[in-house]
Design a protein around this ligand. Structure first.
Ligand code: AMP
Ligand code: MG
Length: 363
């Protein structure tokens, strides 16, 4: 990795125009392609306690200095995120891990060696240097090393981990392009680094350790699947990955409590093995405001459709962009064909269940 140093001449930085209790407003949100100068500008903003949108291989993130509680509070404000929903901190080397957390089980280092840089997030007991604002009041913190050269360089330039949730307004589909970020964050943050389309398209796999550090529990599925993790240790999947938590249930991962990933259109999952039944069902909804989100090779469908791909990887890559597209098209309702429920399909299914508030029709 290139080790870039900050230049001595300071950049002229965008200044916050107005602030109030709930929101910081910038006159202008700039979108810039990554370059040495742009990464310097981003690092300066972050060191000054501001929030910058960054590209990663999963989705775009809203990044701030993970050790600075006031800076992290701005992330929650910009997103409208509930304060008890903890942030993932992004590191560029294992020293940052050791500086931030304690009790790292040997299994975590094995997983780090195999999957980092990459879309695996691991949860550890936090050290005091990680403020409660960042961890949503928990005594644990989630950590990952993103697989994006520019973002790794930015973290190195900042010299601290970057706390970064997905760069969408809370509840909306996660952003997989700089334009998606702009649509949600224009006027709320000073800078978006435009690294192009995110490779994976869904957020990282989140795990915690069980059995004294010898076992793995998947709290949120991603492209690093439970099957892949089970090669290293006994791996179970938390029940809330595919279920709605009970009203007062104490969940391990606070994010599962909240409505998520939803466009304005009302989303319903349609589960079927039969193209004919799907076509018959959708053609019955021919009211102009209803769209079918399908794999793409189905025939006989007469209502407007959007394809999100045939393989689970394509579906993961396209899902959020397609959900945002339903809004651009002014859709009132969208029926989304259910993905496979194995492998990477579990990540797609997990996001869809929440986008659809668990509404499913089985044909
Ligand atoms: P996002 O920031 O939008 O990618 O969401 C982060 C996800 O990781 C949320 O579902 C959080 O609940 C989960 N998460 C982050 N930190 C922790 C933690 N310390 N313990 C359990 N889950 C966490
Ligand atoms: Mg999110």
């Amino acid at each position: 990795m290139t080790h870039w140093l900050l230049p001595t001449d300071r950049q002229s930085l965008p200044q916050a125009a107005t602030t109030n209790k709930d929101k910081v407003t910038f006159l202008k949100t700039e979108i810039k392609k990554p370059s040495y100068e742009v990464l310097c500008e981003a690092a300066e903003l972050i060191k000054n306690g501001e929030v910058v949108a960054i590209p990663t291989e999963t989705v775009y993130g809203l990044a701030a200095d993970a050790y600075n509680p006031e800076a992290c509070a701005k992330i929650f404000k910009a997103k409208g995120r509930p304060q008890d929903n903890p942030l993932i901190i992004h590191i560029c080397d294992l020293d940052m891990l050791k500086n931030s957390v304690k009790d790292i089980p040997p299994l975590a280092l094995t997983l780090a060696e195999h999957f980092w840089s990459g879309s695996l997030t691991m949860i550890f007991p936090k050290k005091d240097i990680v403020p409660d604002t960042t961890s949503g009041g928990l005594d644990t913190v989630a950590v990952r090393m993103p697989d994006n050269e520019d973002t790794l360089n930015l973290i190195k330039m900042c010299g601290v981990p970057l706390a970064a949730p997905s760069a969408n307004l809370s509840g909306s589909p996660s952003p997989t392009t700089a334009q998606h970020v702009y649509a949600d964050m224009n006027g709320r943050i000073p800078l978006i680094i435009d690294g192009g389309e995110c490779k994976n398209g869904v957020e990282s796999t989140v795990i915690c350790f069980t059995d004294g550090g010898k076992g793995i529990k998947v709290l949120r599925p991603g492209v690093i699947t439970a099957e892949m993790l089970s090669r290293f240790a006994k791996t179970e999947t938390d029940k809330n990955v595919f279920a709605k938590p009970d009203e007062n249930e104490k969940v391990i991962s606070p994010g599962v409590k909240y409505k998520h990933y939803s466009p304005k259109a009302d989303i319903t999952i349609v589960e079927t093995d039969s193209d004919e039944k799907l076509a018959e069902f959708l053609n019955d909804k021919n009211d102009g405001g209803t769209y079918g989100v399908i794999f793409g090779n189905e025939t006989g469908i007469e209502i407007p459709t959007i394809s999100y791909g045939n393989t689970a990887y394509e579906q993961a890559h396209n899902l959020f962009a397609v959900l945002r597209k339903t809004d651009e098209l002014g859709a009132k309702r969208a029926y989304v064909r259910c993905p496979e429920k194995t492998g990477v399909g579990t990540a797609v299914y997990n996001r869809l269940l929440r986008a659809a508030a668990f509404k499913t029709i089985i044909l």
